[in-house]
Design a protein around this ligand. Structure first.
Ligand code: GLC
Length: 728
């Protein structure tokens, strides 16, 4: 009888609580907490399967489902393994990589992206989408550069916030990752990162801080690596200190899969929800060993023994229940949608908005009129790219290749394709898609056939680059060198010798060496564009879309020019205690901050990107000579060409009288402005003391010093058009 009464009471409470508006979430949580047993509380703090954690069936609390991210919703895996479950209804829209989104410098596009991919997650029954990744690109060799948002903390912060808000507008949680300092893949589970407080706060934390304080992100994923000798997934200083206390994060800290390594730290170090497989989440152990996770039976036994306090337990549970109330138990979040023409249009728009025109000698692009013959070369013109890259790999419902996109866009043109080289004949992604693109010809024959096809071509487009295979833009494996694989450089040289007007389309999510740069007329940075690859690229190459992307990271000429060149810096060295140590001795000098401080000229600068039109900048004006709280910088910009286009106007701030060493300048604003031919628009930036501050390691806080500053406005970090000084 008692059980029956208890059940009726809990159902009554549940019905009552679901009917209440969201702002009673805390009351609903109190209700549930008051009814949950110790076992049930611990039960919601760890995985029950590869991508889900348990609910409380007795109280009608559903299980919580997560999935990767960030470029689309990952196909279903087995209950207890990453292997594909071979479902037939989990193909999705593959969106462009986040590096492409960052390259758009378009906050509205980021919001659209988040809304769109969040609808697919909702339709697939996911409560948490594991993305965005916002770790800063510190070395071009980092395996996951394609998944992240470039080398600048301000750009990554500004672009991740609308993406997060877009996802969460669906009642699906975003999960910003990997917090923090996961800047390369070698020894990612074991490397202890040594970094100055100033670099930590000025370079590596800002995007996460914006995700929490501006984006209101509902979950954060801890990184695999260590910081101050403690794994980030249960690092008290980072999680309880900075994330939860200093920043006021009220969501859930999720471990990366297998990122927990210590029971005591997992209990006390700020971890709320432990994911992984097997016992300690990482090492092979008993199958379905979820009960042996650190936040499972070991934690329960510690609570029963009085080793761990119930207050901390309740805080973890409150956070997880809050995440559930915002998602699986929100009651009014609709059903989402998937593989819709709208989503394909979104993917296409994000792709063409992020494509960067790097070089356009003689105005070789866009393709003029209806060419009689266009020759398309290179494996990446036909290779599916949604698959690959490891956890962000996708099963795309469709993926239009660059070759197909060009054929569709040029119906009256003879489009001839030649492989020119063979890289990977097969592609598999978690065994859910095997593409056989093998070619029996020898490499000599492949090249000679390509050269022979050039005859009479109006245009030659070579599509090369990387391909999300291991060591070629892939999680878990950094790149082994800075050059293009498969001997592409030699092939490009030979093609360019015949056709110096050729166009190179670089498919990659990180910078690559281009020793042949002066031998080709056009270079386009294509990123990984997802389902609508071919259409997005054809839109730009034909001029249907005027390219407006700008690089979110620098293309150095050579790896030796990079800020990270010693083994201590990367990948790190093995210390006496057998712990891998990586020393970020370059400090705040990452990306353009480094190259400009050392006067090193890059191949292509941060913020670089050409257009099919031209823009002229007027004189920058400051709303006052002295900044009190805020200051407005305004600049008139005119489209002086003959086609409409968008310009990303960038604002950098230089501290002319700093008491500490500071970069030449730092990005502190950007606006994308669309202008018709002849039209002038005025771009306005409002800055405050945050834009002129540096992190003071003595004071452990940000500091804005009195003195003279300069606002520099331009089309790229190496293309400043106007500036104005002001005092603070
Ligand atoms: C991976 C990745 C993380 C991903 C998670 C689940 O190891 O580091 O980004 O979300 O595990 O697949």
């Amino acid at each position: 009888m008692k059980k029956h009464l208890l059940f009726c009471l809990s159902m009554a409470l549940l019905i009552a609580s679901c009917a209440q508006p969201d702002n009673d979430i805390e009351k609903r949580i109190d209700n549930y907490l008051s009814q949950m047993t110790l076992e049930e509380k611990v039960g919601i703090l760890h995985a029950q399967s590869k991508f889900s954690s348990a609910g409380v069936p007795r109280l009608g609390i559903p299980e919580l489902w997560t999935d990767d991210g960030p470029h689309g919703v990952r196909p279903e895996t087995l209950w207890d393994a990453f292997a594909s479950a071979q479902w037939t209804n989990d193909s999705v829209t593959a969106y462009p990589s986040l590096t492409c989104l960052a390259a758009s410098w378009d906050r509205d596009l980021a919001a659209l992206y988040g809304k769109s991919v969040g609808e697919e997650a909702l339709y697939r029954g996911k409560d948490v989408l594991l993305g965005p990744g916002v770790n800063i690109m510190r070395t071009p060799l980092g395996g996951r550069g394609f998944e992240y948002m470039g080398e600048d903390p301000f750009l990554a912060a500004e672009m991740c916030v609308p993406y997060i808000q877009g996802i969460q507008s669906n009642g699906v949680a975003a999960c910003v990752k990997h917090f923090c300092l996961n800047n390369h893949e070698v020894n990612r589970h074991t490397v202890n990162v040594n970094v100055s407080d100033r670099a930590l706060h000025e370079i590596y934390l800002p995007a996460f801080k914006a995700a929490v304080q501006k984006g209101g992100v509902w979950s954060v994923m801890g990184a695999y690596n260590l910081y101050e000798d403690v794994h980030c997934c249960h690092n008290d200083a980072l999680l309880n200190g900075i994330l939860k206390h200093d920043w006021g994060f009220d969501g859930v800290l999720v471990s990366d899969w297998g990122g927990a390594h210590d029971g005591e730290q997992a209990a006390r170090g700020g971890l709320d929800l432990e994911f992984g497989t097997h016992t300690n989440g990482l090492d092979a152990g008993k199958k379905d060993a979820y009960e042996d996770f650190y936040l499972a039976n070991p934690y329960l036994e510690g609570l029963r023994a009085g080793i761990y306090d119930e207050e901390t337990l309740n805080d973890k549970c409150r956070r997880v229940l809050r995440l559930m109330m915002r998602t699986s138990m929100s009651g009014d979040r609709g059903f989402g949608s998937m593989n819709s023409p709208e989503h394909w249009a979104d993917a296409r728009r994000i792709g063409s908005g992020g494509i960067v025109l790097l070089r356009n000698e003689g105005g070789v692009l866009p393709l003029k009129g209806t060419p009689a013959k266009v020759v398309v070369l290179g494996e990446n013109a036909i290779k599916p790219m949604a698959v690959g890259g490891s956890s962000s790999s996708l099963k795309a419902q469709h993926e239009t290749s660059i070759l197909d996109g060009l054929k569709a866009a040029l119906p009256g043109t003879e489009v001839v394709y030649e492989r020119a080289y063979q890289g990977e004949p097969f592609i598999t992604g978690y065994n859910y898609s095997l593409y056989d693109i093998s070619d029996p010809r020898s490499s000599e024959k492949l090249l000679s056939d390509a050269i022979a096809a050039l005859d009479g071509a109006d245009y030659v487009i070579f599509v090369g680059g990387l391909n999300k295979g291991k060591t070629r833009d892939c999680e878990g494996k950094d790149r082994l060198d800075y050059g293009l694989p498969y001997g592409q450089d030699e092939i490009v040289e030979k093609i360019a010798a015949v056709r110096p007007d050729m166009i190179f389309v670089n498919v990659s999510g990180s910078p690559v060496a281009m020793p042949w740069i002066n031998n080709v007329a056009g270079i386009v940075q294509a990123w990984y564009l997802g389902s609508e690859t071919g259409n997005a690229m054809a839109d730009v190459l034909t001029g249907r879309v005027n390219p407006s992307g700008k690089l979110p990271f620098t293309f150095p000429k050579a790896l030796e020019d990079c800020p990270v060149t010693t083994p201590e810096q990367y990948p790190g060295i093995l210390g006496e205690d057998e712990i891998w140590q990586s020393y970020y001795t370059e400090g705040i000098y990452v990306g353009y901050r480094w190259y400009e401080s050392r006067g090193i000229e890059p191949l292509f600068a941060f913020g670089h990107g050409l257009s099919y039109t031209t823009f002229e900048y007027g004189k920058a004006k400051a709303s006052s000579r002295v900044m009190k709280d805020k200051l407005q910088i305004s600049v008139p910009v005119t489209n002086t060409g003959d086609v409409a286009g968008a310009e990303v106007v960038q604002l950098y701030i230089a501290d002319k009288e700093a008491s500490v060493d500071r970069p030449v300048k730092e990005l502190k604003g950007f606006e994308k402005i669309w202008l018709e031919p002849g039209q002038t628009g005025t771009v306005k930036f409002t800055i405050d003391r945050e834009a002129i501050s540096f992190y003071d390691e003595e004071a452990h806080d940000w500091k804005a010093e009195k003195g003279v500053f300069e606002a520099l406005v331009g089309a790229a970090s190496d293309d400043i058009r106007t500036s104005v000084e002001f005092n603070y």
